[in-house]
Ligand binder design. Structure first.
Ligand code: GDP
Length: 447
């Protein structure tokens, strides 16, 4: 608090119904007094907080009719006094009003500076601020949902509980170090190991959520594999619902991995159409094959496509062998070209021409990636949080090993403190200035 006033346009650039200009700091009302003329008798200085007042907003060389609202510290987004103007949504209108706030002493807000102030004023944890960014940048419903859980301090609360438990252990260690008594110390260490193991299990249970969280944040990587001409590009197009990959009946024309992004039940899937995996003297195509192999390695799910009308051969077998370690969906395509209805071991039979089986393929993609229902409460979606949890686990394991080896308590205490510090990076307590800067740099100006 008692910071200088910062101002920015909070709405995106471009024309729209309304634009919002936001000022936060020690006395934004003073600025509003000089540039807002309310309709009616209430002076700006007498504005009730959280109420909209209509009036004229000074844009420097023009005036607009709009609204003004005052949020009183500390019950505001930033924890400081905030004034917001709502004006007509023209870029020049919003910019003119913003410039007027600058003339009256406000400073231009940096990226994410409002949220950074909220963090520095203790309104939200660092993880919560990252949740705000995840919501804003979210490319799928699931990412927005996960971002909201982060923003709502779901992860932070769990981490703070663990930190509290560690703090209690640290206090106990301090006492024992100050007043050592041998037999009591033995008993203490035995209890400490139990407590540390318990905390370790809880930490691991949180970090295990990253398996799903990562897929929510980055999308599920799907490699579509199979011999040339089996219909991979055509199926990809059908899945995406528009023509993205180049379709051709000349074998080997899909030279590069083509990416398309698909949303299934609010979750993001990145589809890669691998170049025909086959022996080839063509160098460019060989590069394509190498890429295909790299994609297969990094894929969460592989979709194997075979031409059912042509029947499967040895080459199909080779492709399948490459996919043996992956969660796999076996697709027999081109069913429109044959009358054969012999049962097969395919997971789904499709036609990229008629669209038959494509919905089922989508369902299977979802289930292979997330299970039948999909996890509902994913909130561990940030690699940074996962890494911090892993570091905390390493320190806890070190502390447990130190106990087992009969190390002195003060040394064990160092490991326990390190675990606490690692968790503090998530909440922000121990995050360095560089980490904080990096996080807020991901925000837009005005948030
Ligand atoms: P890719 O090399 O595996 O990517 O195969 P393409 O998607 O380029 O398809 C090769 C040829 O098969 C093209 O002429 C497609 O139109 C055709 N094709 C793909 N899928 C089907 C299908 O399900 N039925 C029929 N009849 N033709 C298909």
């Amino acid at each position: 608090m008692l910071e200088n006033n910062i101002a920015a346009i909070a709405t995106p650039a471009g024309k729209g119904g309304v634009a919002i200009i936001r000022i936060s700091g020690k006395d934004p009302l003073k600025i509003a007094e000089q540039m807002f003329k309310p309709v009616g008798k209430t002076e700006v200085s007498a504005f009730e907080p959280y109420r909209m007042y209509p009036g004229q907003i000074d844009g420097g060389s023009f005036t607009d009719y709009g609204l003004c609202v005052y949020f009183k510290a500390p019950a505001s987004y930033t924890g400081e006094d905030i004034v917001e103007f709502q004006c007509h949504g023209g870029e020049n209108i919003a910019r003119g009003i913003l410039r007027q706030t600058f003339r009256l002493g406000a400073k231009p807000a940096g990226k994410g500076e409002f949220t950074k102030r909220a963090f520095l004023n203790g309104k939200l944890s660092l993880a919560s601020a990252e949740g705000v960014a995840d919501m804003i940048n979210g490319e799928s419903d699931a990412e927005v949902k996960a971002g909201f859980l982060l923003y709502s301090e779901k992860l932070t609360n769990k981490v703070r509980d663990l930190q509290a438990e560690l703090k209690t252990l640290l206090a106990g260690i301090d006492v024992s170090v100050d007043y050592p008594e041998e037999d009591i110390e033995e008993q203490h260490i035995a209890e400490l190991v139990v407590a540390l193991k318990n905390i370790l299990i809880k930490t691991e249970s949180i970090s295990s959520g990253y398996a799903v969280g990562k897929k929510i944040k980055n999308g599920v990587t799907v490699a579509i594999c199979g011999k040339p001409n089996t219909g991979k590009s055509s199926l990809l197009n059908k899945l995406l619902g528009y023509d993205k990959a180049i379709v051709s009946n000349v074998a080997g024309t899909t030279r590069d991995a083509v990416e398309g992004v698909l949303e299934i039940d609010g979750r993001k899937f990145n589809l890669y159409d691998t170049a025909g995996v086959r022996e080839s003297g063509d160098m460019i195509e060989n590069i394509g094959i190498e890429r295909a192999e790299a994609i297969i390695r990094s894929a969460d799910v592989a979709v194997f496509v075979a031409d059912y009308s042509a029947g499967l051969d040895e080459e199909d077998g080779k492709v399948l062998a490459m996919l043996k370690d992956k969660p796999l969906i076996k697709v027999f395509n081109k069913i429109d070209l044959t009358e054969d209805e012999t049962p097969t071991d395919a997971d789904v039979m499709t036609s990229a021409v008629t669209g038959a089986g494509v919905q089922k393929l989508k369902r299977l993609l979802y289930e292979k990636s997330f299970g039948e229902r999909g996890e509902d409460a994913a909130f561990l979606i940030e690699q940074r949080h996962f890494d911090a949890l892993v570091r905390a686990q390493e320190s806890l394991k070190k502390a447990i090993a130190a106990c087992d080896m009969g190390q002195p308590l003060d040394l064990i205490g160092i490991d326990v403190k390190e675990a606490w510090d690692a968790l503090g990076e998530i909440t922000g307590e121990t995050a360095t200035e560089a980490i904080i800067e990096e996080i807020f740099a991901k925000f837009c100006v005005g948030k």
